[in-house]
Each structure stands twice: as structure tokens, then as C-alpha cells.
Design a protein around this ligand. Structure first.
Ligand code: MD3
Ligand code: FE
Length: 203
């Protein structure tokens, strides 16, 4: 099913369900090469979601700031290749939402355990804002907050569950967003966690 949250924000409920098992196996393969880690923000806070990346570029944060890198700063090695099942899913979702020809070069993998959250923020470290972002939720459900162009805009609360995909394109690409604290639970595929895959054209 396809639900428009706002012009340019298209929720594809369950779009990733059929490939979820393969996606989780691919997450395990990526994190075997580039381990999940808790990154530090420029302000000195530690993020409560663990992260890793795959693709040509990976998003990192440390005391020096937010940026994209070609190499994993923990190992110095290039980020793992983007698994084919990742890329195919992201391209199909973008196309289904009206963005043909999506060419992601970066995938950030967020792992939330109970208690983890992500405060309202904008994604603005990418070069090309004409390309959409595709986000994929796997495992435990949580509540996503979809705000407006200003931090003070009251966010819409959208429950996201296993297999849900959202495509963000056009002006909403710059909107504030975040997720509320993950509640404890047990998912047959992911156990006590939620994964979020975020596909971007960063370079
Ligand atoms: C709306 N991740 O990694 S994905 C992030 O669930 C991030 O892990 C959240 O925000 C998560 O930056 C939310 C949904 C998402 C991603 C990018 C967006 C929503 C967005 C960019 C613009 C507007
Ligand atoms: Fe974000």
C-alpha cells in the first residue's frame, strides 16, 4: 500500500517484508566487515543508536563534525560494498514512489536497542538534494517523528514497523525528523533491535 504523508513523503507499508530475511543477513555481513559503533557528536554526546555504513561513501560523526568518508575511520579500510539486495530494494522503492533512476552511493545502517532514540534533526550533509532518500525499517516497531522545515514545527507521529519503507523527495528532504525511544520487545528476525537503512546519493 502507498500512503502520502505529505507531498514528497511516500510511505510504502511492508515494501521490504519479502526481502527482510536477506536484508538482515546482508546487515550481518556488512557489520562483520565494518562493526556497529556508537559515534560521538561534535557536541560531545554519544549517539544512542549504533551505526555502520556500506557503499562508496559512509556517514560519520566525531568531535570534528559530520561528514561522508570513503573509508571506515575505525579500520582505515573502504566501507563494505553495498549489498545487491540493498541497492535493488532502494531503487525499486524510489521508482514505486515516483523517483526513477535513483543511484544511491551511501547506505547508513542504524541499530536501535531498547532506550535508543534519535532527536529531531535535518539531513544536510549531502551534495545533491534533488535525489530522494529511501529509508527502510526492520525489526521492532517505533514511532517516527516527521516535522517541518523549522525545528519548531510540530512533528507528525508515524508508527513504523517491520518492512516499512519511506521515500523522501523534494522539499520534505530538508524537513526535521527523528525517532522516539525504542521500547523493549522481541522480533522473530532481529531479536531485541530495530534496524534502519537509509539510502542516499551523498557524493
Ligand atoms: C525525512 N534515521 O539516519 S529514517 C538518519 O529511523 C535518520 O534511523 C532515522 O534520520 C531512523 O538520518 C529516520 C527516515 C528518514 C531519513 C531521512 C530523512 C526521514 C527523513 C530525510 C529527510 C526527511
Ligand atoms: Fe535523518
Amino acid at each position: 500500500s502507498q500512503e502520502v504523508l505529505e507531498e514528497g513523503a511516500i510511505l510504502l507499508r511492508g515494501f521490504a517484508r519479502a526481502s527482510a530475511q536477506t536484508l538482515v543477513a546482508a546487515i550481518e555481513s556488512v557489520s562483520g566487515q565494518a562493526a556497529f559503533r556508537y559515534m560521538e557528536t561534535p557536541g560531545g554526546h554519544t549517539m544512542s543508536a549504533a551505526m555502520t555504513c556500506c557503499g562508496e561513501l559512509g556517514w560519520v560523526t566525531d568531535r570534528r563534525g559530520y561528514r561522508y568518508t570513503q573509508n571506515d575511520p575505525e579500520t582505515g579500510a573502504p566501507w563494505p560494498e553495498m549489498p545487491r539486495v540493498f541497492r535493488e530494494l532502494a531503487v525499486m522503492a524510489a521508482e514505486a514512489a515516483g523517483f526513477p533512476g535513483f543511484a544511491p552511493d551511501a547506505c547508513l545502517i542504524n541499530r536501535y536497542r531498547p532506550g535508543a532514540k534519535m532527536g529531531l534533526h535535518q539531513d544536510r550533509d549531502e551534495r545533491d538534494f534533488s535525489q530522494p532518500i529511501v529509508s527502510v525499517s526492520l525489526g521492532l516497531p517505533l514511532v517516527f517523528q516527521f516535522g517541518g522545515p523549522r525545528r519548531s514545527d510540530r512533528p507528525l507521529r508515524v508508527p513504523l514497523s517491520h518492512g516499512d519503507v519511506i521515500v523522501w523527495g523534494g522539499p520534505v528532504r530538508r524537513h526535521y525528523h527523528g525517532v522516539l525511544t525504542l521500547r523493549r520487545g522481541a522480533h522473530p528476525l532481529t531479536g531485541d533491535c530495530r534496524y534502519n537503512l537509509t539510502f542516499r546519493k551523498a557524493g
